[in-house]
Design a protein around this ligand. Structure first.
Ligand code: PAF
Length: 286
């Protein structure tokens, strides 16, 4: 088990990063909200390949939760997280800031990032302001850590596309790379929110990925009627006991609405659905 240096202040992160910069070392950054699972650890491994040093943050960001969402109940497991990271190795610095360290003027009076309209579609349609909150915290963390490489997972595919867009549009000097979704043996995407599932719901949960994968297979088999593919997937989710939010086929590159000439390999199927207390999301990115 390796030692895991942990800091809580911006000043301490900057001091550590300045030392690495002085030694001409590059830095990869993995932002998280904790409750770490194998998906996060796979991002650490990707980060290690991409740079000399790896910084991870654990911060449950209040500005990305709506008033009726699970901010207070979001699983916070600091001891287990430290233990997992120490066992797995690969992280050179863990940054665990307080709210005041990230939002020095408080969250109400904070400067915010406003994303383009894609932020109000798909998951954004039922989570108003969510992606602006994500962009706001990611931009702050990037300003604090100043990494060369930002590492995100493809499970939150809309988040990935919007952060890529923010980085490009705001001329930020960081390269964004992404890691594939890590799945349980039955296909369920790993997620901190899986712990909200009862054992009965857990048994049903893999139906989300099955429905999206079937939709992607239909596209690849040449089916052109997107509305019908989406409706079939929604119906399959209802039959499996979910309350579906959406299933949509989009262009993988930028999540724009597909045009008739797009090849199936350029498309992605995304979905979100409620199962008991949990709102699960997934997609067919590879
Ligand atoms: O994906 C997450 O865990 C969060 O949205 C992120 C990127 C750490 C921002 O709070």
């Amino acid at each position: 088990m390796s030692e895991l240096p942990t800091v809580t202040t911006v000043a301490d992160v900057r001091e550590r990063v300045a030392g690495w910069r002085a030694a001409h070392q590059t830095i990869a950054f993995v932002p998280t909200m904790g409750n770490l699972h194998d998906g996060h650890l796979s991002l650490v491994r990707l980060a290690r390949k991409a740079a000399d040093r790896v910084v991870m943050s654990i911060f449950v960001n209040p500005t990305q939760f709506g008033p009726s969402e699970d901010f207070a109940a979001y699983p916070r497991t600091p001891e287990e997280d430290r233990e997992r990271l120490s066992q797995a190795g690969g992280v050179d610095l863990l940054f665990v800031p307080s709210d005041g360290e990230v939002y020095p003027f408080g969250t109400r009076d904070a400067v915010r990032v406003t994303l383009p309209p894609l932020a109000s579609e798909l998951c954004g349609a039922s989570r108003p302001g969510h992606f602006d909150g994500v962009a706001s915290v990611v931009s702050r963390l990037l300003n604090i850590v100043t990494p060369d490489v930002l590492v995100l997972g493809r499970k939150d595919y809309q988040q990935l596309v919007l952060v890529e867009r923010m980085v490009e549009d705001l001329r930020m000097s960081v390269r964004v790379i992404s890691g594939a979704t890590v799945r349980e043996p039955d296909g369920l995407a790993m997620s901190s929110r899986n712990r909200y599932l009862t054992s009965d719901e857990r048994a049903k949960a893999p139906a989300l990925y099955r429905a999206l994968a079937a939709a992607q297979a239909a596209l690849e088999a040449g089916e052109k009627d997107h509305a019908r593919i989406e409706q079939d997937a929604m119906r399959a989710l209802e039959q499996a006991g979910f309350v579906p939010d959406y299933v949509e086929i989009r262009r993988a590159r930028d999540l724009g609405k597909p045009s008739p000439g797009d090849a199936a390999s350029d498309l992605i199927v995304l979905g979100a659905a409620r199962l008991g207390r949990a709102r699960l999301i997934d997609n067919t990115s590879r």
